[in-house]
Unconditional design. Structure first.
Length: 325
């Protein structure tokens, strides 16, 4: 899915599937290519599906997919998309890292679907690039690779690489590719075949707007939640939030109770605990550092709040999640 392509048609795109990859992201990337070929009545694109050893690969939904070949039997590829999902670094091997570096040296443009950018970062192939991924994985990636610019866009495409947030964002990135290669008319026709109402750009937000998520247009409430989501590691006082948005503490409390059915303090705690849960499941940080990154002052206060919300300790939550994968 390189930015520019001047080779022969059909353009060949490789897809590397790693264990527990996101089936949704993979199909969302491939299906627009297939439909573009059908509508154009000629083969504009081909794809080659790879697993490390050439064996079938099981996706995160439990379904198993056949592949076209292994790392060693793959043809020369103009571009390669890495499809991974939960705990992507667990699937890394020395052979895979060497192979990715050889591809990069051969002018293959490498990209990641969903959490594929974790693999590329570990391979040292993202220097100077901007990447995106699913918003739930961004905190873990930023913590793991602070030197790499990671943003919450739908997709990113540059001269040296590409990435997308996974899910339906892979479809938008592929439609963008079709537009750049073969024009907006074909991309629109493909989008209509997919019942995809609007071709989103990379600047579109991954998550629903707060007005949709909260089910309200109350400006003061939206401002308050925005401040909470932006200040997790060092939480703001509820009174300070009220002052920042220009209303009284009592007005803010009443607004939360009327619109969201809970106190602002409890809502803020939920945001912080959700953030902590993502760090627990997607990083190897110890319990104390996860708690500190989520606005708690000690491991005991974090564990107590976590247990009250999720019914188990942070360490048990992490162990159960990893066992299920």
């Amino acid at each position: 899915m390189r930015l520019h392509y001047s080779g022969q048609t059909p353009e060949l795109i490789g897809f590397l599937l790693l264990p527990r990859f996101s089936m949704m992201a993979f199909f969302s990337a491939v299906e627009p290519l297939r439909i573009a070929n059908r509508i154009a009545d000629r083969e504009l694109f081909k794809w080659w599906v790879i697993s490390p050893e050439g064996e079938p690969v099981s996706a995160s939904n439990g379904m198993t997919l056949l592949v076209d070949g292994s790392l060693e039997t793959a043809p020369r590829l103009p571009s390669l998309a890495i499809c991974s999902s939960f705990e992507p670094e667990d699937t890394l091997t020395h052979a895979l890292l060497k192979w990715l570096n050889r591809l990069a040296q051969s002018n293959c443009v490498l990209g990641g679907l969903d959490t594929g950018s974790f693999i590329l970062a570990r391979a040292g192939l993202l220097e100077g690039q901007r990447v995106t991924m699913h918003w739930e994985s961004l905190p873990a990636f930023r913590e793991r690779f602070p030197e790499i610019e990671a943003v919450e866009s739908l997709y990113e495409v540059g001269p040296r690489g590409f990435s997308c947030a996974g899910g339906a964002a892979a479809m938008d990135m592929t439609l963008d590719l079709i537009t750049r290669r073969h024009g907006e008319a074909l991309a629109t026709a493909v989008s209509e075949q997919l019942i995809h109402a609007r071709m989103r750009t990379h600047q579109d937000q991954q998550r629903m707007a707060l007005t949709q998520r909260l089910g309200t247009h109350k400006h003061a409430l939206i401002e308050a939640v925005t401040l909470m989501e932006a200040n997790i590691e060092t939480p703001l006082g509820i009174k300070h939030i009220a002052e920042r948005i220009g209303i009284s503490l009592r007005q803010l409390q009443r607004l939360y109770e009327q619109e969201l059915g809970e106190r602002p303090r409890d809502y803020y705690l939920s945001i912080r605990l959700n953030h902590a849960r993502q760090l627990l499941l997607e990083t190897d940080r110890d319990i104390l550092s996860v708690g500190l990154a989520s606005g708690f002052t000690s491991a005991s206060s974090f564990s107590r709040a976590y247990r009250q919300r999720y019914g188990m300790s942070p360490s048990l939550s992490r162990d159960k999640a990893r066992a299920s994968h």
